[in-house]
Design a binder for this molecule. Structure first.
Ligand SMILES: *Cc1c(COP(=O)(O)O)cnc(C)c1O
Ligand code: SF4
Length: 287
């Protein structure tokens, strides 16, 4: 995966937490073959749609993002234009959802659904009328990678559609954030903008060794998110992707941090610490 740092993040590149998440370091080998530990490819039943759990489908709108996180679980795909869904791909996905009415919860992911707002718009426009789909979630990291984009015409139209759908179907926006230094005036204003829509905003965080795997950093992150009206949803143990070992922390150390977070944060401010098990079980709480 080639290095891609958005202009916004370049301005923050002196910050160690930003640098370590986005810039290629000497530890990254150029010729490693990244695997698919969550076996998504096995469950990709239609191009772009991963159907791994009975009632939930995950749609990868594209493999494109505003910036490339060096620890991405989907590092094998990110940046590849072949993941971008065409009109025909969208039709096939919608047909699959109609033929599988047990799917009531659809998750838009990628890549970043806000990076290709026109495709996400087309998908949502039709998805909202599939009566068996009862909830929609959208995962994004763009508020922290390119907050300025949220004022462009295309994303504004997408937000208007989201606001409209949210009046009829529960809509959840899941923002991916790992460090309190990703919060600043610009990114917080995007969170406010999202919260003005008819949606619930949740967050997801990955434990990253030597970046956020200490109590004080995560305590501050979740407290700040809670104060912004964001509900911390998941705290992940970093997936075991070959070539990304330098980001994976010690699970026993992480457990101790998670226990202390649980004791010291308000209940709503404390995410569930989970590990995505290699096959079948999904995101299981770490005990
Ligand atoms: C994470 C994930 C989901 C959603 O899981 P929840 O625990 O309901 O948030 C659905 N499908 C896939 C493939 C996933 O990776
Ligand atoms: S924004 Fe998400 S999908 Fe894109 S590179 Fe980062 S972690 Fe991966």
């Amino acid at each position: 995966m080639k290095e891609k740092v958005s202009p916004f993040l370049k301005r923050l590149s002196e910050n160690p937490a930003i640098r370590q998440q986005y810039y290629i370091s000497g530890f990254e080998s150029a010729d490693v073959i990244y695997n698919d530990p969550l076996m998504e490819e096995k469950h990709e039943v239609v191009k772009g749609l991963v159907h791994k759990y009975p009632n939930r489908a995950l749609i990868k709108v594209s493999y494109l993002c505003a910036a490339h996180c060096r620890f991405c679980t989907r590092i094998r795909q990110i940046g590849n234009p072949e993941g971008t869904l065409s009109d025909i791909d969208l039709e096939n996905i919608l047909l699959y959802l109609q033929q599988n009415p047990q799917i009531d919860d659809v998750i838009l992911s990628g890549g970043d659904p806000f990076y290709t707002p026109d495709i996400t718009y087309k998908l949502l426009e039709k998805l909202q009328f599939i009566s068996t789909v009862k909830t929609i979630r959208i995962g994004t990291r763009m508020p922290f990678q390119s907050p300025d984009s949220f004022h462009t015409k295309n994303i504004s139209s997408l937000l208007n559609l989201i606001n409209d759908i949210g009046k009829r179907i529960p809509l959840y926006i899941l923002v991916h954030i790992n460090h309190p230094d990703e919060l600043n005036k610009e990114t917080e204003s995007v969170i406010k903008l999202l919260k003005e829509q008819k949606v619930t905003v949740l967050s997801q965080t990955v434990f990253l060794r030597n970046i956020n795997d200490n109590f004080e950093t995560l305590y501050l992150l979740f407290k700040k998110l809670y104060h912004l009206g964001v509900i911390p949803y998941y705290l992940y143990h970093c997936d075991h992707v070959k070539g990304l070992e330098r980001f994976t922390g010690d699970i026993n150390k992480e457990k101790e941090i998670a226990i202390r977070l649980r004791a010291e944060l308000s209940g709503i401010a404390c995410p569930l610490f989970v590990e995505d098990l290699e096959d079948g079980y999904g995101k299981m709480p770490v005990y």
